[in-house]
Design a protein around this ligand. Structure first.
Ligand code: GUN
Length: 395
C-alpha cells in the first residue's frame, strides 16, 4: 500500500511546486502562505522524495517496533527490575534525531535552517505531547515487565480500536460497519486474554501483578491512540520532514526529563549501575550493549511512527504500527518460547480478523475517494489551466 496524504490536492500541489521551484534558491520568506508553497512538496505523493521517505520510515518502524519490544522483554527476563530504566531507554536516544534534522541542511538537500519555522504554540504542543509519551512509556514498561511479550502486544493492539474512536472525535474520521466490527473484535480478543490470566502468568507474577500489567498496557494503548490523531492535526501545519523530526526531538527531550525525574526519585541511576555490575545474569558487557541497543531501537520505532503519520494519516500510521505488534506475538513465541494455548490462538484470530476488516474498510474508502477525486479533477482542470498560463506570462 502506498498511501497518499492530501490525495485531492496532489495535483494542485505539483502546480504550486513548479511555481515554488523558482523560489527555492531564495531565502525562506517570512510569509506563511509562501512557506507552505516552498515546503508543500514533502508530503505530496507526486514528489520524488515521498516514496523513498515512506519506505525508509516503514523500515525504521518495522525494525524499531520488533527489536525494541524483544529487547525490553530481554531486560526483565535477565533479572533487570527497574520500570524507570526501561522507561528511560525509550526516549534517551533523542540526540540521534540530530542526524535527520541537520544532515539534509549540511548536505545541501535543503536551504531551510533547522528550527526556523517554530513558533511558541508548536513548542508548547510538542512538550505536552512529549509528556504524554513519557507516561505512555512508563505504562508500556509496567506491561512488559508483568506480561509475556506476546500477550502484552496482543493487548496493545487494542490501541487500533481506540485510534478509531479518537480519530472519529478529533479528526472527524467516519465510523463505518467495518471499523466498528474491528473495534468489537479487537476488544473481545483483549477480554479473552484477561479471562485467561490464571493460565498465562509467568513465574513470580501474581494475579494482581498480571492485572496491573494488563491495565497499564490498555492505558498505554489509550494514550498512544490519542497521540496519533493529535499529531495528525499538528502535522497539518508542518510542511517538511525535517520539522517533524525537530518536533520529535522536543517530545523525546520532554519524555526523557520525565523519566529522569522518575529515575532520580526512585534511585534508578544507581540501580542501573548495580544491575550492570552484579544483578544482570548475562554480565556487565551484555547489560550495557542491551542499554545502548534498546536506546537506538526505540528511537527508530518513534521516528518511523512520526514519519508514517506525517506522510500518510494517523489511522494509516496506527494500522502500520499495530500490524507490527502481531510480529511481536510471533517474536515472543520464537525467541522466548512462550506458550500458545487455545485462548491465545482464539485471541490472535480475532485480532487478525479485526485488523483485516479494518484494512479492507480503509481500502474500499480509498477506492471511493480516488474515483471522487478523478471526477473533481476533471471538473477543476479547466479552471487551473488559465492560472498556470497566467503565471508563465507574468514571471
Ligand atoms: N502504546 C504504544 N506505545 C508505543 N511506543 C512505540 N510504539 C508504540 C505503540 O505502538 N503503542
Amino acid at each position: 500500500m502506498a498511501p497518499s496524504k492530501n490525495n485531492t490536492s496532489d495535483d494542485t500541489e505539483s502546480i504550486y511546486q513548479e511555481a515554488a521551484a523558482e523560489e527555492v534558491d531564495q531565502p525562506l520568506p517570512k510569509d506563511n502562505k509562501m512557506q507552505e508553497v516552498v515546503h508543500a512538496d514533502q508530503k505530496s505523493s507526486s514528489n520524488k522524495r515521498y516514496k523513498p521517505l515512506l519506505v525508509i520510515n516503514y523500515i525504521m518502524l518495522f525494525v524499531g517496533t520488533v527489536s525494541s519490544s524483544m529487547l525490553s522483554k530481554y531486560y526483565f527476563k535477565h533479572k533487570g527490575e527497574s520500570k524507570w530504566v526501561s522507561t528511560w531507554v525509550q526516549s534517551a536516544g533523542f540526540p540521534l534525531l540530530i542526524i535527520p534534522i541537520c544532515a539534509p541542511y549540511l548536505l545541501k538537500f535543503t536551504k531551510r535552517k533547522p528550527f526556523t519555522d517554530f513558533n511558541p504554540k508548536i513548542w508548547i504542543l510538542s512538550i505536552f505531547v512529549g509528556i504524554m509519551l513519557g507516561i505512555n512509556n512508563l505504562l508500556i514498561s509496567w506491561g512488559i515487565s508483568y506480561l509475556p511479550v506476546s500477550t502484552s502486544n496482543l493487548v496493545l493492539s487494542s490501541q487500533l480500536a481506540f485510534t478509531l474512536i479518537f480519530s472519529a472525535i478529533i479528526v472527524k474520521q467516519k465510523v463505518t460497519f467495518l471499523n466498528l466490527n474491528c473495534v468489537i473484535l479487537i476488544t473481545l480478543s483483549s477480554i479473552i486474554l484477561a479471562l485467561n490470566s490464571s493460565n498465562e502468568r509467568q513465574s513470580g507474577v501474581t494475579h494482581e501483578k498480571y492485572l496491573i500489567g494488563f491495565f497499564c498496557t490498555i492505558g498505554a494503548g489509550l494514550l498512544f491512540a490519542s497521540y496519533l490523531p493529535v499529531m495528525e492535526i499538528i502535522y497539518k501545519k508542518v510542511y517538511c520532514y525535517e520539522m517533524v523530526m525537530e518536533m520529535q526531538l522536543i517530545m523525546q527531550i520532554a519524555a526523557t526529563i520525565l523519566a529522569t525525574i522518575g529515575m532520580t526519585w526512585d534511585g534508578g541511576f544507581s540501580q542501573m549501575k548495580e544491575e550492570g555490575q552484579k544483578v544482570f545474569d548475562k554480565g556487565p558487557t551484555i547489560y550495557w550493549v542491551y542499554i545502548v541497543s534498546n536506546v537506538v531501537t526505540w528511537q527508530l520505532c518513534f521516528m518511523g511512527t512520526a514519519g508514517m503519520v506525517f506522510l500518510t494519516t494517523s489511522l494509516t500510521g496506527g494500522i502500520c504500527a499495530t500490524a507490527l505488534l502481531s510480529m511481536n506475538v510471533l517474536g515472543g513465541l520464537v525467541f522466548y518460547r512462550e506458550g500458545f494455548g487455545g485462548f491465545k490462538a482464539v485471541s490472535t484470530v480475532l485480532c487478525l480478523w479485526g485488523f483485516c476488516s479494518y484494512v479492507y474498510g480503509m481500502h474500499t474508502k480509498m477506492v471511493e475517494e480516488k474515483a471522487r477525486m478523478r471526477i473533481n479533477m476533471n471538473e477543476t482542470s479547466s479552471e487551473m489551466v488559465p492560472i498556470v498560463v497566467n503565471r508563465g506570462v507574468t514571471h
